[in-house]
Design a protein around this ligand. Structure first.
Ligand SMILES: *Cc1c(COP(=O)(O)O)cnc(C)c1O
Length: 233
């Protein structure tokens, strides 16, 4: 079941990329496994999921410990409190949701202890919804500049989560705005060249996000089905 759904999603990603003249390899799928138990996550890995996306540190730790032998990337996509940075840098290859200098600084410090360079994205709140994390568009450049001296983090790009719309076309301006922001940040060209990743697009709107330039799409429901808000160990 998970294998079939995963394959369908992978096909849709490929078709969406081809439809706008992009290489399918330019778009990576993050299988969002929040609330999904380790056994079903393992089925997804066996079926070819190469990247897992988790939202909660404690929940991720359980699965990480059970699945540490699996060849898979772990990405953190939820809201991260600075005080949990220590655990985050141990587990995650990429943290999509950095939204303050304080968090970037703490991640840098904890990564240094592990002799690791932690890859991160800056989460941008383009809708101004107060329920969503992220810095505003105009805060991105100052945050990038302030974080530039932190040697144990590497900022790879931007992430956003538009408001929920029934019609995915209404999310399009938000995806285009994130791509546009990345393209016109005003960093010097070498610094800008590192911002290769755009993490945007979920089950309801990932095809639209791919057309706007997404390099990472974060998809849960279309792979694992509707979430039950209780971890189904
Ligand atoms: C849960 C979640 C997703 C996946 O959402 P689906 O609609 O199930 O695909 C993507 N991104 C973030 C940040 C999430 O919290």
């Amino acid at each position: 079941m998970i294998g079939i759904q995963l394959e369908r999603v992978q096909n849709r990603i490929r078709q969406a990329a081809q439809a706008c003249g992009r290489s399918p390899e330019a778009v990576r799928l993050v299988a969002v496994s929040k609330t999904v138990g380790a056994e079903r996550v393992q089925s997804a890995i066996q079926a070819g999921a190469g990247i897992l996306g988790e939202n909660y540190i404690q929940e991720a730790q359980g699965k990480f410990n059970q699945l540490y032998n699996e060849k898979v990337e772990w990405h953190f996509i939820g809201h991260l409190q600075s005080k949990k940075s220590k655990y985050a840098v141990r587990m995650f290859d990429l943290i999509h949701s950095v939204d303050s200098l304080k968090l970037a600084t703490t991640l840098n410090k904890e990564a240094a202890k592990l002799d690791k360079v932690q890859e991160i994205l800056i989460q941008v709140n383009l809708s101004g919804e107060t329920t969503k994390s992220g810095v505003s568009a105009k805060e991105v450049l100052p945050l990038l500049e302030a974080a530039a001296g932190l040697d144990n983090i590497r900022i790879q790009g931007l992430m956003t989560m538009p408001p929920f719309f029934d019609d995915p076309d209404r999310a399009r301006p938000f995806f285009e705005a994130l791509a546009d922001l990345r393209d016109h940040l005003g960093l010097n060209p070498t610094a800008n060249a590192h911002l290769t990743e755009l993490s945007m697009g979920m089950t309801g709107d990932f095809e639209v996000a791919i057309a706007a330039g997404a390099t990472l799409v974060r998809i849960g429901t279309a792979i694992f089905g509707e979430r039950q808000y209780k971890v189904d160990q």
